[in-house]
Design a protein around this ligand. Structure first.
Ligand SMILES: NC(=O)c1ccc[n+]([C@@H]2O[C@H](COP(=O)([O-])OP(=O)(O)OC[C@H]3O[C@@H](n4cnc5c(N)ncnc54)[C@H](OP(=O)(O)O)[C@@H]3O)[C@@H](O)[C@H]2O)c1
Length: 329
């Protein structure tokens, strides 16, 4: 039996479908009251539990040989530090502790490029330590600390491999995620503004493949970065236009430095007036785009035989899935 945490999330929904297609028995951990349609109609065993509840996690882990730990709270906003820490760090520690106490052979934990070191002169690789100072996003901090929990579990004898993700694009994005929402807004002509910048993106099917490779042959205690390609914001919107077969209203290009100032000033006001409301241009999101971070995937290529496909395919499948669900004409 394979346990997947975060099965209702963007990555989890794709991973579960792939495991089922490979004829494997899958159990998913669902938060009590989770109402996502991501798993509707799928032949999976459902176990209720929150990562913060050690007893529920122990039950979910019991009888499983392998675990894909994809669940996490993702946020580019300030003000949710405690919740992020409890879910991402303590939750991961709960899961790994439970795994150590049962028959689990191997755990693959999803990491984030934002928790890998950054050097403006070269692409980030697995050996670069996380830089914890400066304007570090609380989310990134928790993902770095979650990796620390992984290494503690390895020392205690558990096989854990970290599959580092970049920004995910692809189908079954039921949230939708920030990025999925941006693709939808662009298609509907409602993306009013964008800033020049860029990031590493991963086709969700490449990321799923990376997780399977990490489970099969990743070295215990190692991290592997799985990305598909770096794209600037303009390049990504160009891919979207070509996929849609038209050019929806082109968003206004706002200089990054101006947007950074506006986002920094607006953030506390928006958080006060509309707490919890989705916000595209948080100061952290603007900063990430302006950093134009690149990733080096040599290790995954050489050690695991990872071969990324293309972001154009991921965008096409994302839009096809939004259409099937009636979100896009
Ligand atoms: N999305 C990206 O671009 C990106 C980039 C880098 C790294 N990552 C990493 O990739 C992984 C998957 O991301 P994603 O995009 O698939 O995330 P997502 O769509 O936001 O899904 C998150 C999943 O985690 C579950 N979850 C959250 N808190 C939980 C808790 N306390 N207990 C149990 N389950 C909980 C959610 O369940 P509910 O349905 O109940 O909310 C959901 O299934 C995460 O580890 C993330 O840090 C993502």
């Amino acid at each position: 039996m394979i346990l997947v945490t975060g099965g209702t999330g963007h990555l989890g929904a794709n991973l579960v479908r792939r495991l089922l297609a490979d004829q494997l028995a899958v159990r998913v951990l669902l938060r009590p009251g989770s109402r996502s349609p991501a798993l509707d109609g799928l032949p999976v065993e459902r176990m209720e539990g929150d990562l913060r509840d050690p007893d529920a996690i122990a039950k979910a882990v019991s009888g499983c040989e392998r675990i894909y730990h994809c669940a996490a709270q993702i946020s580019t906003r300030a003000g949710r530090e405690r919740e992020l820490f409890d879910c991402n760090v303590l939750g991961t520690a709960n899961l790994l502790r439970a795994a150590r106490q049962t028959s689990v052979q191997r755990v693959v934990v999803t990491g984030s490029l934002s928790a890998v070191g950054h050097d403006p002169d070269r692409p980030s690789h697995e050996g670069m330590p996380f830089y914890p100072f400066g304007r570090v996003l609380p989310y990134s901090h928790t993902k770095a600390l979650a990796e620390h929990e992984c290494l503690k579990a390895v020392i205690a004898g558990l096989e854990v491999v970290i599959a580092v993700s970049t920004a995910i694009i692809g189908p079954y994005d039921f949230g939708p995620s920030r990025l999925g929402g941006t693709l939808l807004d662009f298609a509907r002509g409602r993306l009013r503004a964008c800033i020049p910048g860029g990031f590493e993106f991963v086709n969700v099917s490449d990321l799923v493949e990376g997780h399977l490779l990490a489970m099969r042959q990743g070295r215990t205690g190692h991290r592997y970065i799985f990305s598909t390609q770096f794209l600037t914001v303009d390049e990504l919107l160009g891919v979207c236009s070509r996929t849609l077969g038209n050019t929806p209203t082109r968003p206004l290009r706002i200089p990054g430095s101006l947007m950074a100032t506006v986002a920094t000033m607006a953030d506390p006001v928006v958080r006060h007036l509309r707490p919890g409301a989705p916000q595209r241009f948080t100061p952290a999101a603007v900063r990430f785009l302006r950093m134009r971070r690149k990733a080096d995937i040599t290790k995954a290529r050489q050690e695991l035989g990872y071969r990324p496909t293309s972001i154009a395919e991921a965008v096409a499948e994302a839009y096809a899935c939004f259409r099937r669900r009636g979100l896009l004409r």
